[in-house]
Write a protein that binds this ligand. Structure first.
Ligand code: ATP
Ligand code: MG
Length: 452
């Protein structure tokens, strides 16, 4: 009893073996691909466990995002067992094992137990490569948080816990394994993971785990911009995007990912704009609907673009060239921190470029704008601006109405704004009104929620 108490106070590491079922983890909840990987590696004589987020999330009663496997087999040995698998990564070599399920390819990531041996680091202590292999105990020590170091053995239906992960999960506590300062220096992205997991799972970051973050924040500057982009995406798509941004700000981490946040929070309109864009994303995710990253980044960076655009307009530049120059400026600025992949960047820029075109309600222009592939996303963006007082509400209402009426009414609407006109070029009239209030006007077209 006393020994148990002392152990608790000192949190001495020690292996605990638990009946998985008692903790809500059942074989049938595990992805069939991950089960096959574990079973076949074990049959081949290796150790293999489902590890990390999947075990943690199942214990919390949440659906895991992905299923990762940890094994004693080296990447080459794993390759040997699964002939369609491929080894990827250099800094951290892992094996992707593909499975074809529900008509698509699903990947199970298999990592070899990392060793406790010295990994090469840069002058700030950042680990450059982590390909030294070791035992299961070593592997548990190299993981980030105690709740992420739980190993599920599907054949024995047991959970192995080396660092009090189960206690911490029950206490809703996020605790770094080892010395938090050293662990953040080894990999500064762990600070972003702490923020995200705490917001997403409702865990409190333990004070010793939180403390070094403020002083280590600057180390994020050394992280490649592609990796920062990936982490930013995970934060934004965590289902608790606003909470994540507020937590980043509280610890000063936003400066390295999203410095414009300080500016955005200065006015009620821009604060509301950001909050609504993120709340909309969280809501779509909760409803299992796809989210457009292009739309999200268009919203996050719009303030920067608009400020520079307005400056150029005030200096006498023309609307569209001024907007394009402002976009380029912001893009160059952002690229230094986040490498936004082209597929998202292109959608983001189209949404921005269509904004001034909503103001041009003359002749056939509204008809041409309505035919744009990204009309729907651009309109949703305009509506968001309208809701927050960043654009005239009358303009938004006009466009809402324009989408859902027939061509004659549309021409009459244009005439009301601009005086009698010749009317639209009849040949252009291809689209029929849908009659659906508030629904997407474009079958198969781009919407703010469309996956990209
Ligand atoms: P989720 O998949 O829900 O975002 P996760 O914890 O599973 O969360 P992954 O990125 O899938 O996150 O990582 C799988 C596991 O790998 C983690 O649970 C953790 O054990 C380990 N891990 C991931 N990133 C790091 C890191 N930077 N340092 C140490 N261990 C890490
Ligand atoms: Mg995971």
């Amino acid at each position: 009893m006393i020994r148990k108490l002392i152990g608790k106070v000192l949190r001495r590491p020690g292996k605990r073996v638990l009946h998985a079922k008692h903790y809500g983890v059942r074989r049938e909840d595990i992805h069939s691909g991950a089960l096959k990987v574990c079973d076949r590696l074990q049959e081949a004589g290796y150790e293999a466990y489902v590890v990390g987020g999947a075990v943690r999330d199942l214990m919390l009663g949440k659906a895991p995002k992905d299923f990762d496997v940890a094994t004693s087999a080296t990447p080459e040995q794993v390759r040997h067992v699964f002939n369609r698998s491929r080894i990827i990564g250099r800094r951290f070599r892992i094996v992707h094992v593909p499975f074809y399920e529900r008509g698509g390819e699903e990947i199970i990531e298999v990592t070899t137990f990392r060793g406790a041996g010295e990994a090469p680091t840069d002058e700030s202590g950042r680990i450059l490569r982590d390909n030294v292999y070791g035992s299961l105990e070593d592997d548990a020590l190299r993981r980030d948080f105690t709740v992420n170091a739980l190993y599920y053995d599907p054949s024995r239906e047991e959970i192995l816990d080396f660092h009090h992960g189960v206690d911490d999960l029950e206490a809703r506590r996020l605790v770094m394994i080892g010395d938090p300062g050293i662990r953040y220096r080894e990999d500064p992205v762990r600070m972003l993971r702490a923020i995200r997991l705490s917001a997403k799972l409702g865990l409190d970051i333990a004070p010793p785990t939180r403390k070094p973050i403020a002083e280590c924040a600057g180390l994020l500057q050394n992280i490649p911009s592609a990796r920062l982009f990936d982490e930013m995406m995970k934060l934004l798509l965590s289902g608790r995007a606003w909470d994540c941004l507020m937590a980043l700000k509280a610890d000063g981490l936003h400066k390295y990912l999203f410095p414009v946040l300080d500016q955005l929070l200065k006015t009620p309109q821009t604060t509301a704009f950001l909050q609504k864009a993120l709340a909309n994303t969280d809501k779509r995710l909760a409803e299992d609907k796809p989210v457009s990253a292009g739309f999200l980044f268009a919203a996050l960076l719009w303030h920067e673009v608009e400020a520079s655009w307005q400056k150029k307009l005030a200096a006498g530049e023309h609307t569209v060239p001024a907007l394009m120059a402002a976009m380029n400026e912001v893009e160059t600025n952002v690229e230094k921190r986040l490498a936004i992949p082209n597929r998202y960047g292109a959608a983001m820029k189209e949404i921005w470029l269509l904004q001034p075109r909503f103001e041009q309600r003359v002749g056939s222009r509204p008809f041409r704008l309505f035919e744009q592939q990204r009309f729907r996303a651009a309109y949703d963006f305009l509506a968001l601006r309208g809701e927050c007082g960043l654009v005239d509400k009358e303009l938004v209402e006009w466009w809402t109405q324009f989408q859902f009426c027939d061509d004659d009414t549309r021409s009459a609407m244009i005439a009301r704004v601009t005086g009698p006109q010749k009317g639209p070029d009849r040949k252009r009239r291809r689209r029929k009104p849908t009659g659906k209030a508030g629904g997407a006007a474009k079958p198969g077209g781009e919407s703010s929620g469309g996956a990209e």
